[in-house]
Design a binder for this molecule. Sequence first.
Ligand SMILES: C[S@@+](CC[C@H](N)C(=O)[O-])C[C@H]1O[C@@H](n2cnc3c(N)ncnc32)[C@H](O)[C@@H]1O
Length: 284
Amino acid sequence: MARTEQAGWKEDREFPFTREDFETVRRLVGEHTGIALSDIKSDMVYSRLTRRLRATGCGSFNEYLERLRSETSEELDHFVNALTTNLTAFFREAHHFDHLAETALPEMMALAKDRRLRLWSAGCSTGEEAYSMAMVVRETVPDDWDVRILATDLDTEVLRHAERGIYDAQRVQGMPQSRLRRHFLRGRRAYQGKVRVKDEVRRLVEFRRLNLIDRPWPMRDRFHAVFCRNVIIYFSKQTQRELFEHLTDYMRTPGWLYIGHSETLWQVTERFEPHGRTVYRMVG
Ligand SMILES: C[S@@+](CC[C@H](N)C(=O)[O-])C[C@H]1O[C@@H](n2cnc3c(N)ncnc32)[C@H](O)[C@@H]1O
């Protein structure tokens, strides 16, 4: 009885969303970002894009997707921003930052005769990863070294947030007090409940928009270490292969590569050797 009643339930969606609409979204996202949307992402796509339908005044997915095809840029940015997954945290996967402090940076410093170090946070989201790298640099490398951290993402919205360097105080809960005091300012009045990354940390980081599937990349320097974490998980194996092949032209040998906890370079590339949990080294 209950079953029959349940079978009679119908989801009340604001806009019809057909299989064909989903396939069009999947194709557009793949073309513009390399992100391979699986079937189980259909509900996520619906809920994130309905906001864009409302914002643009479109009455249906069909109308919205038509508009995307005809418009050259602006709505395409919103579309991409709506569909990226930006989950991140300060010192996420803490063992990478321990490795950076205890192994990678001391080795880089021993090898860098010119006292220049170049690091990259590729797929930096709202900036926590790049700022965590910068904090480790401040704690490990003498101030008179020339250190730059490039932080890139294709999502323009997260980059705006990252550049401000202002976060809810909850985002730094659990961070040791000494680190908190050294690298953050606490907000007052209008900024009550917020923290701000100090200028001496922010100065080390440069945020830029970069779509990893657009080649060649515009960087001239080669990197000593690259954090590309929790980004390739959304790409097909072929896109991953092309990405890491290209990356080798932008890294020094030996150079360190850090990937996300659920990612692997197995069957993707042999140009990087594993050195512990999700830490790799570029081989010549
Ligand atoms: C889950 S976040 C990971 C953030 C951070 N690396 C971390 O591990 O905490 C993934 C980021 O990759 C970015 N991304 C996805 N596809 C990209 C592409 N083709 N080019 C550049 N960034 C991309 C997304 O916008 C998102 O901010």
